[in-house]
Ligand binder design. Structure first.
Ligand code: SF4
Length: 295
């Protein structure tokens, strides 16, 4: 870090330019208000955020008119702090950002590779087909689950069984998004027989496909559903109860961990905690719950 404040300022200006250039390549070419002209120190710059990404209360969410770039007045408590969308948090990928209009073709090529994969001999010989993922290649939010089940194996799509219906409710009724606005994938692309928990070797074999999938889509937010996804992507052995309810990062992407919908079907009393996790995500994304329908 340079000692001369002029050097510090020029470093900051260069970083802003680089970040804006990467946002432009991602298809974001304007902001409602210009960047503040006042000089900021490197310390305060770490809290420069897209303001709509971090409203603190439901009222604040409702009052937030449009995304603006501003300086956050003070960081919220660490456990609830949304590390989202900081201009200075560069994504940490080995590969360059894929232009939006090339993502579909790259995902299709990767899906073909997955369809031919036989790295896990048992899974490859028992699956009906691989289940790659679904959603727009420019999705802002990506959900990652564990592995396909019987319905997914039959239809070739992720989360289409009972757990999928619950996930759809969480996305639509809970978050106010359409299901086709988010990308949904699993750690494993082939169904484990009898829906057993994936073995460590299977996760190790398939994880590179998921990592390439995330690198192409480069979502702004990740939501990991269940222990297998959290353990695989966050490289941790902590139990899910210790991972949920706070922010993590996967390669710089702000990431939330919550319960897998299959677990919530078996343990409905945990739905309240899952809802709390989704609310953290929604606050960071600037979303508010849809109005409840009167019964
Ligand atoms: S689970 Fe993944 S790595 Fe294993 S056979 Fe299927 S596609 Fe290949």
């Amino acid at each position: 870090m340079p000692d001369d404040p002029r050097d510090e300022r020029s470093v900051l200006i260069r970083e802003v330019r680089q970040r804006l250039e990467s946002l432009r390549r991602a298809g974001i070419d304007w902001f409602p208000t210009p960047l503040a002209a006042a000089p900021v120190s490197r310390r305060t710059a770490q809290h420069v955020v897209v303001a709509a990404a971090e409203p603190e209360t439901p009222a604040a969410v409702a009052a937030t008119p449009a995304p603006t770039i501003t300086t956050a007045p003070s960081p919220p408590p660490a456990s609830k702090q949304a590390p989202a969308s900081s201009l200075f948090d560069a994504a940490d990928f080995d590969t360059p950002l894929v232009p939006p209009d090339e993502r579909l073709a790259q995902l299709a090529a990767l899906a073909q590779e997955v369809a031919a994969c036989e790295r896990c001999p048992i899974l490859a010989s028992t699956r009906t087909q691989t289940v790659f993922g679904s959603g727009p290649p420019t999705a802002r939010l990506m959900f990652v689950g564990e592995a396909p089940g019987a319905d997914e194996d039959r239809l070739g799509l992720p989360f289409v069984g009972r757990a999928g219906m619950l996930l759809t409710d969480m996305i639509t009724k809970g978050m106010g998004l359409r299901r086709d606005e988010v990308y949904i994938a699993n750690v494993l692309k082939s169904r484990p027989p009898e829906n057993r928990t994936p073995e460590a070797s299977e996760v190790a074999h398939c994880l590179p496909f998921l990592e390439r999938q995330i690198a192409i889509i480069r979502p702004q937010f990740l939501c990991l559903l269940g222990r297998v996804a959290a353990t695989a992507l966050l490289d941790t052995m902590l139990p899910l109860g210790r991972l949920r309810g706070r922010w993590h990062r996967y390669r710089g992407i702000p990431t939330i961990v919550t319960y897998h919908p299959s677990y919530l079907l078996r343990s409905p009393e945990e739905k309240k905690k899952a809802w709390e996790d989704l609310q953290l995500l929604m606050q960071a994304m600037g979303l508010k719950p849809p109005p409840r329908k009167k019964s």
